[in-house]
Design a binder for this molecule. Structure first.
Ligand code: AP5
Length: 184
């Protein structure tokens, strides 16, 4: 049973690698960013609430993402494992997830810290050009990553759940290293 969490700065390749691995393992790729963008596109109540946060690179309030993660992990396809991409992003969200996984008997998760330098991720994101990929918003997302999300590296390292992978390699090299590391 594979339960994986991807951590890393914006543009490190979390979504890219999570999707490849999820297909390979035949488990769902659960991206909170993708779920929020879809909700924004459909203008659901969640999307309307999340819009201004996502557009400016701020984190949406914990309760909104925690509710959507709890609902998604409760769906039938998640019983065979999952890859979480973009959640948790703060220690408060990690504590919530820990409690949820305990409550639902879904332990044994591992955490991949996909790392890449700021200049590399800024260049990648500027050439991708999503709505939140302007230089100003990317810098803000990086600042939030450093302040709020990077502390999760120690959080999961202390719990001996963390592996770090260099995201500053070709996509194929990252996938190869990931599969090799997770098999060991
Ligand atoms: P989210 O969608 O999670 O954005 P992000 O973390 O900023 O991640 P990105 O999608 O930008 O990067 P990635 O690491 O997935 O890289 P990717 O594979 O796409 O979140 C967006 C927003 O939603 C947040 O700002 C926040 O507002 C909200 N949100 C989401 N979760 C939340 C939460 N838990 N709490 C609160 N708010 C939340 O690759 C990027 C580009 O690089 C692509 O073009 C790709 O082709 C390319 N690339 C990938 N790998 C390589 C490689 N090895 N070499 C060259 N290019 C590569």
């Amino acid at each position: 049973m594979t339960r994986l969490i991807f951590l890393g700065p914006p543009g490190a390749g979390k979504g890219t690698q999570a999707q490849i691995l999820a297909q390979h393992l035949n488990i769902p790729h659960i991206s909170t960013g993708d779920i929020l963008r879809q909700a924004m596109k459909e203008q659901t109540p969640l999307g309307i609430k999340a819009q201004s946060y996502v557009d400016s690179g701020e984190l949406v309030p914990d309760q909104l993402v925690q509710d959507l993660v709890e609902e998604r992990l409760g769906q039938a396809d998640a019983t065979s494992g999952w890859i979480l991409d973009g959640f948790p992003r703060k220690v408060t969200q990690a504590a919530f997830l820990e409690e949820l996984l305990q409550k639902t008997g879904q332990g044994g998760e591992r955490v991949v810290n996909l790392d890449a330098p700021d200049e590399v991720v800024v260049t990648r994101l500027l050439s991708r050009g999503r709505k939140d990929d302007t230089e100003e918003v990317i810098r803000r997302r990086l600042e939030i990553y450093r302040n709020d999300t990077a502390p999760l590296i120690d959080y999961y390292s202390d719990r001996q759940k963390l592996v770090t992978i260099n995201g500053d390699q070709s996509q194929e090299e990252v996938t190869h290293e990931l599969k090799h590391t997770l098999a060991s």
